[in-house]
Design a protein around this ligand. Sequence first.
Ligand SMILES: [Zn+2]
Ligand SMILES: [Zn+2]
Length: 175
Amino acid sequence: MDFLKYAEASAALLNADLSQVDGLTAYLEGRDRLRERATDRDCMLLRKFQRELRPVFEAGQADRVSEVVGGLNELMSRHPITPRISDHEHGDLHLHVATDNATVADLVVGESLLGLATLVCDLGPDRLGVCSAAPCTHVFVDTSPNRSRRYCSERCSSRANVAAFRARQKAGVVS
Ligand SMILES: [Zn+2]
Ligand SMILES: [Zn+2]
């Protein structure tokens, strides 16, 4: 698995609107076999997982790194993962989450946790965050070299820059 991709997918999962199964099929774009199998029950289980996972990103944003690690460990014991060594990329061995008998929710939760756990081990537990452009509450994983990310998206970043510029203008710092 490309753990960065899975960690990013995990942030996208938290940001997804899963109030309807349509939201889940939109999230699963490009994964047709999973899309066909997604049910209302998967959607309900993933909404529950969203509520469980958000505090881990909030702890990351607040630099409470032991809570990030503890939270992920707790979630991995609550949602056991079955990893599998795969060679589907021409003998380039890597880990996937096993799909045998897994529901869509199991698989998405497993990929999300394995991706985040690997990110935390490889890049550090301070890589999870919540967007600083209020009122946006979207989460992100920070894969920048100097850990400088503050916003969930370019859109929020430019919105925050415009707001900061206006605030300086109002304060008479710029004319
Ligand atoms: Zn693969
Ligand atoms: Zn945002």
